[in-house]
Design a protein around this ligand. Sequence first.
Ligand code: FEO
Length: 393
Amino acid sequence: MRELKPGIYEVGALDFDRRLFDEIIPLPDGTSYNAYLIKGSEKTALLDTVDPAKTEVLIDNIVKAGVEKIDYVISHHAEQDHSGSIPEILTIFPEAKVVTNPKCKEMLMDLLCLETEKFITVDDGEELSLGDKNLKFVYIPWVHWPETFGTYLKEDRIFFSCDFFGSHLATGNLFVDDEVVVYEAAKRYYAEIMMPFRSNIKKNIEKLSNYNIEIIAPSHGQVYNKPKFIIDAYKDWISDNVKNEVVIAYVSMHKSTAKMTEHFVDCLIERGISVKQFDLVTGDVGKLAISMVDAATIVLGSPTVLAGAHPLAAYAAILANALRPKTRFASIIGSYSWGGKMVEQLTGLLPNLKVEILEPVIAKGYPKDKDFTAIEELADKILAKHKELKITG
Ligand code: FEO
């Protein structure tokens, strides 16, 4: 249990040891499921709960905060890492009502089998008084589900933002104490969770500019007592600006694609283009996602396997397509021995990307001089395209 301000507590759970979220997202620094307790002069509200695996921690923290009665459980988001302990809380505090919006109510009934009588639904902008503390609900859809909203605590100027501005970071320090560390974790979180909804996030950030916010308290990671830091970072990530950067994600079976990747990376560096290289066998897909936030160009490297792309290259293409980065150009390098449709397969997996596909370079067997020349030409083309965007130094 950690105190934000008098009468306002973080009562959620740290999960230092969790290493995977949604069975796909790496968590190098663990995560936290933040839940907040606000004691007003007349009513007490619990804002979100925790992942079901950590219900006991939540209950212990509520007890430590000296609370005997909860009037409202405000559920900002139906995903179970924040809603999963609601049934247990309602068992312990049967008088509590779940305050949420109509869409989230429907989801909570589907996901947690809660009964309709348990709910109070609220609209965007509606307020709820706890006595000397007053809450205003602010819809922030698509960060990253459609039902999500936040709560603005008017007297203390705290915005409880749910997943928005979150980071997967487990640390005992409640407030941001190292902006470099938090920047990386928050960018990773943005890349993996928020990036597909960039245009919705733009609207939500504009909406928040109407509020005087001194503290942003997200549902994962540390609390921002200097919120400009994370708002400015988000404004950069959601902008249309891309960087003079190429992400090359590759897999190689017999060193042909690896040799091509090596030469390609050298060519890009020689031309003053930043490069992020990822071996898809051993790399951290979270790092790959982070690198896609700003890069002007993404290149996939793949051998041809059973007449198609290597499954790991297909995985990277599906990931890029799902994350919808603002990348402008894409290409493919790789190899084949006897034929196949590797290029067609990979480009077909990228329908969501608004990219220009630059001429792929595919070697027959181990790359020869003409293949290395073609790679140099691809690097030249990328440089020319980046120059057109006026992003080169
Ligand atoms: Fe942290 Fe979308 O749940």
